[in-house]
Design a binder for this molecule. Sequence first.
Ligand SMILES: Cc1cc2nc3c(=O)[nH]c(=O)nc-3n(C[C@H](O)[C@H](O)[C@H](O)COP(=O)(O)O)c2cc1C
Ligand SMILES: O=C(O)C(=O)c1ccccc1
Length: 383
Amino acid sequence: MQATPILPVCIDDLEHIAKDILPSATWGYYTSGANHEQTLRDNRDAFKRYRLRPRMLRDVSKVTTTTTILGKKARSPLCVAPCAMHKLAHPDGEVATSKAVASHGSVMILSTYSTTALEKVIAAGNPETQYWFQLYVYKDRRVSEKLIRRAEAAGFSALVLTVDAPYLGRRLLDSRNKFSPPPHLRLENFIDSTTDFSSIDSLEKSGDETFGETFGNRGDASLSWEEGIAWLRSITALPIIVKGILTAEDTELAIKHGCSAIIVSNHGGRQLDGTLASIDALPEIVEAAGNRIEVYMDGGVRTGTDIIKALALGAQAVFVARPILYGLAYNGEDGARLTLRLLQDELELGMALAGCRTIDEIGSHLIHSLHKQACNNIPKPKL
Ligand SMILES: Cc1cc2nc3c(=O)[nH]c(=O)nc-3n(C[C@H](O)[C@H](O)[C@H](O)COP(=O)(O)O)c2cc1C
Ligand SMILES: O=C(O)C(=O)c1ccccc1
């Protein structure tokens, strides 16, 4: 067994520490993937199949990671993915994460299934930081509409529609552990719901329903590009970002239906097992998007050089989920800050060592792919 590191100096250290701290069922819920976890593993392994081609003697005395995300200035392309129930990791939950992201200056996507009301999360932030609200669309559309109105009123600047979860994936560890969140935690976004959906305000299962069944029974699995996106468009002026896209075909449809950006994602390997790793799907989607809309990615980002590889393959920003949970478990807000700082420091050092002074200089010239096919269509070098 590996000894717990005293001073965490990388995300893997934080992961080891979090494993020691968290109850094993929580650890299982946070870290597991669907079915045999092929996609979960591949999200990490795939990064290792891309190697970097660094350039030398390029005056890297000053490196900046300033960029734009959805047209707004950000201090870093490293952002936080939506993740249910941060209070399972630390009592300060999503407020701690919000403060950490605000000090980092990029984007936080808040999960519908947060354990803190959306208004409190954004109130802990600052105007420099973008807050986007992640949505599932429910059979009872009034519930979704109400959440959207609250997100608009609170100042969220985009909606992120998660499209890879018409039903919850089959997570074997959660079934074995009979995972069910502790009853003292609330899904606070639902507490003031005036609809019959209000029963979800308690995380206690009703009867024999599993967590996945509760989710599946309420979510609208009939959602389609034509009807679903048109409905969303008809009720809100906020930009709509689709999360969970893995093909060029769906990229085209997202553009056709007026989406503002795409997040290439397989939900951290928690939904359909056996998909491409996110980083492997990215080039096809970047090519299909062809600068018409921004493309972001998440899944398996654990180091600064992972971020560089994703940007070099055409992502405008990258999102992390589990590393934030590890940081929270380690030390609340300071732990989440540490997660972002470690990755940011690695990103800046990696850029300098690769000869990149700015985010714009991170181009496809940096990539050597050990699996040729995936790299055929990457964008032209920016240097
Ligand atoms: C514990 C956990 C809860 C998650 N909850 C949500 C969620 O509520 N909504 C959503 O769109 N994605 C959710 N995700 C998926 C993440 O947004 C993201 O796609 C994925 O985890 C990124 O991979 P990473 O964990 O390797 O960084 C969740 C992921 C985890 C690990
Ligand atoms: O666990 C997840 O990945 C997730 O997206 C989710 C969905 C519904 C409720 C809680 C979490």
